[in-house]
Design a protein around this ligand. Sequence first.
Ligand code: SOE
Length: 379
Amino acid sequence: MKVAITGTGFMGTVHCEALKRVRGVEVVGIQGSTKEKSQEAAALLELPKAYSDFAELIADPEVEAVHITTPNRLHFEQASAALNAGKHVMCEKPLAMNATESAELVRLAQEKALAAAVNYNMRFYPLNLEAKQRVLAGKLGDIYSIFGSYQQDWLLYDTDYNWRVLAEEQGELRAVADIGTHWIDLVQNITGKKVEAVFAEVHTVHPIRKRPTGEVETFSGKVEAKESTEPIPVTTDDIGSVMLRFEGGGRGVMFVSQVTSGRKNCLRYEIAGSKASIQWNSEEPNQLWRGARDESNQVILKDPGLNDSLTRRFTDFPGGHAEGFPDTFKMCFRAFYQSIEDKDFGPNQSFATFEDGHREIRLCDAILESHQTQRWVEL
Ligand code: SOE
């Protein structure tokens, strides 16, 4: 399977390195915003082809699948063009800028009968798969509550800047859409329960940020000081609080923030059922806490020798050998390319499909509407 990547930022590199670790996949080229950027990235990542632009990439008959890792505003146009050119698509989240676009992508992928995924990679930490299996096997009982958070600190200061802070590049919601959708996708995937209604408030801590003149890579602000800046109005949220109602009656709360000192990339959930509860933290991903009322609590370790069969399919190292962020990409791509090999383009996949990506966008719309109207909004 020959693959090309569009986007040469943080995510382009992560995708390329992960793809090189997936059996049967060959990355043939990359494309950035200019020919020079494509060449620089191709040299750095040791890829044969540096495309001049996206049109050249999708016109390459050798390319069978495209990974989209560009800013959000390009996702719709690029995913549509790639599907129309007969390529399978793995798109970074969010799938598109609004629900009209994402609905159209769902339709197009079905019409073309191609594999179409959104990279909600968090699903592929082995212990999140273990959590899913435990819920499915009824070990938690009926789900009563789902709560947690996703917090980062890379946008803490008003001098922190990246394209994501701009509504025209990221979409109207930022913290909720950029990291909150990971949390919602993850807990929905683990519990099998979809969010039915939301009540939300979002908040912008820094309505004016100091934009450095020139481009700024995601997470790079702390190591690369910029001398010259200009003030820029920001409407996207730094913080979001969302109450959630899940299918089957479960209640939940999600808190997201990109301005929490010391929290680098910290997703936490606690899922409580009638028999037991589980809790997980992405900064210690190889441990899953299990709480029980009538027996001692436990810490379940990532260990293929002890974990469930689904977890084992997506775990490559023995217990005690930590697996983390880059491995989740490898495993997500493994599942994606397996579905292509199996010619299984249906909706029930272990990775997030375009349908899942579309639902996340509808959820963001509902969260924004709830914030604006200060009432519950149903999906
Ligand atoms: C930035 O907040 C970001 O890179 C997200 O866009 C990713 O989806 C998340 O994995 C890490 O943080």
